[in-house]
Design a protein around this ligand. Structure first.
Ligand code: PGA
Length: 237
């Protein structure tokens, strides 16, 4: 677990790791997280593309999750977000990005690509990873899920009110995520402090799906000071 002074330090170091992988092998299968948490990593990768001429054209991108019941091309979809913040700035051809539509097909596509080389992951306030909401099992795979009220609340600004947030989504499962060769978890800000403490101190189990990341053999967790502030506090006396 690495606690940094400023989130930009984590973004820079994770982007450096990804760029090094891409430089070394060209074809990297990257698991894409969307949203506020990882955005800075993609910005940093775009900077490396420009300033160091890292060539991302052979990267294959697999999205962690996607809302259901949105019109194709909806600007609020994670695929639209990924186009704008990842594919276009990095020069990854759109045809090399996949987003889950059918669970079995998606699992097969990941396997056929040789598996995920590196998965970027955030943690939701309720302990979810991707859209594996509380109650998700260790052996879950890509599937359709109902979104938790907190998840919908956190998305309400984007959709202009909680009632407009989709109720269903499709997400990689816990097992799918744990099969990535490298797992890189990010959490920033005071709003994540409590869930970070739960994720790394509570017994591993479905109540807090983020606890399962601790079972990954090649895990790095990047936190800023605020997100780490509730960790390892021993109660007085
Ligand atoms: P956030 O969400 O990036 O909007 O904080 C993280 C998550 O829900 O995985």
């Amino acid at each position: 677990m690495i606690v940094v002074e400023r989130r930009e330090d984590a973004e820079r170091m994770l982007a450096r790791e990804i760029a090094d992988l891409v430089r070394a092998s060209g074809r990297v299968v990257l698991g894409i997280a969307t949203g506020r948490t990882p955005a800075g990593v993609y910005r940093e990768l775009a900077r490396l593309r420009k300033e160091e001429e890292v060539d991302f054209r052979r990267v294959e991108a697999f999205l962690l999750d996607e809302y259901l019941d949105l019109a194709t091309g909806d600007a609020r979809s994670f695929l639209a977000w990924t186009r704008e913040r990842v594919l276009d700035p990095l020069g990854i051809p759109a045809a090399q990005a996949r987003c889950p539509e059918n669970g079995e097909e998606y699992e097969r596509a990941i396997r056929d690509a040789g598996g995920l080389d590196l998965q970027i992951l955030g943690i939701g306030r309720n302990g979810h990873v991707a859209f594996n909401e509380p109650g998700s099992r260790r052996d879950s795979r890509t599937r359709v899920v109902e979104l938790h009220p907190w998840t919908r609340e956190d998305a309400s600004e984007t959709f202009g009110g909680i009632d407009r947030v989709p109720r269903r989504a499709i997400t990689m499962g816990i097992e799918t995520i744990l099969e990535a060769k490298r797992l890189r978890v990010l959490a920033f800000g005071a709003a994540k402090a409590q869930v970070v403490a739960q994720a790394f101190e509570r017994p591993i189990g479905p109540e807090v799906p983020a606890t399962f990341v601790r079972e990954h053999p090649d895990l790095e967790v990047w936190l800023d000071r605020e997100a780490a502030s509730e960790l390892f506090r021993t109660s007085p006396g």
